[in-house]
Design a protein around this ligand. Sequence first.
Ligand SMILES: Cc1cc2nc3c(=O)[nH]c(=O)nc-3n(C[C@H](O)[C@H](O)[C@H](O)COP(=O)(O)OP(=O)(O)OC[C@H]3O[C@@H](n4cnc5c(N)ncnc54)[C@H](O)[C@@H]3O)c2cc1C
Length: 301
Amino acid sequence: MPLTPEQTAEIEAARSLPRPTLRAVSEGMEAHLYRAHPVLDHGFIRVIDYMGDDSAIVQAARVSYGAGTKHVQNDEGLIRYLMRHWHSTPFEMCEIKLHVKLPVFVARQWIRHRTANVNEYSARYSILDREFYIPDPDQLAAQSIVNNQGRGEVLQGEEAARVLDLLKSDANRAYDHYEAMLSQDGQQGLARELARMNLPANIYTQWYWKVDLHNLFHFLRLRADPHAQYEIRVYAEAIAACVKDWVPLAYAAFEDYRMGGVTLSSKAIAVVKRMLTGETVTQETSGMSKGEWREFEGIWG
Ligand SMILES: Cc1cc2nc3c(=O)[nH]c(=O)nc-3n(C[C@H](O)[C@H](O)[C@H](O)COP(=O)(O)OP(=O)(O)OC[C@H]3O[C@@H](n4cnc5c(N)ncnc54)[C@H](O)[C@@H]3O)c2cc1C
């Protein structure tokens, strides 16, 4: 249950009070505003505010191109041109503010994206809830044998049961000790800023995260990618679904050129040209390393 009944009531109350505005409104995003989209077992993302829409990108771009854009037939064409040519500043004219509830180990990966504004729940000031991320059995996987930074086969049977039991019992024991240290029942009670230090990295935290669309696309490119860890990827996918409704033209261009596109090195282009002439090229004759070759082959499926 990601939200308490009180929080749900607050969201419904906020949504029941629409106000007229002269600002650009994205109908697609209005449908998401304030609503929580569940992620993992206790987490969520919800859009708290946004600025701009597809037309804000076009409007900003036309300041720089002026009459020169007359040859661009429509907004979609201009947005696709901007995305294709890495003309990124018009995308910075749109902003989004999210409320995110996420495990601390996911937050550590997320916070590496420095081009955002963050305000996190204070565990110096408040007491954290007894909420821990426990993976679904189908996510409880063994270390990958091909990728040091990934997971492989799903754990089975007794091993899976033992791991789940360890995760749950360790988390609960740590939280019991957290409460025992905080308690002022017959003792002074340890400060919250100190008592939190024994809590595991799968405890949930919350923050407000504000970012412009250009940097959000960069985040999504890295974190909605199959190479990203599953636990951050599901957050990126939930955000991406909102962004698709917010700025459908920009999102379609992003999907096409960034998520769906690839960058080829000059060596890879030379190999493609040789293959097009009918030559059989192998890793040994390609000039690429084994890793590069594996990724190159992966592109073509
Ligand atoms: C699959 C994957 C595996 C990863 N593995 C590791 C790992 O093992 N260890 C690890 O430490 N990290 C790891 N990372 C994190 C990664 O190295 C980046 O820190 C993270 O993805 C944020 O990217 P960014 O710096 O481009 O984003 P942002 O911080 O949002 O920056 C966006 C862009 O702004 C510019 N920029 C921002 N700040 C600066 C600055 N101070 N100086 C210069 N340019 C700046 C850069 O062009 C940057 O690309 C991993 C990330 C991914 C996606």
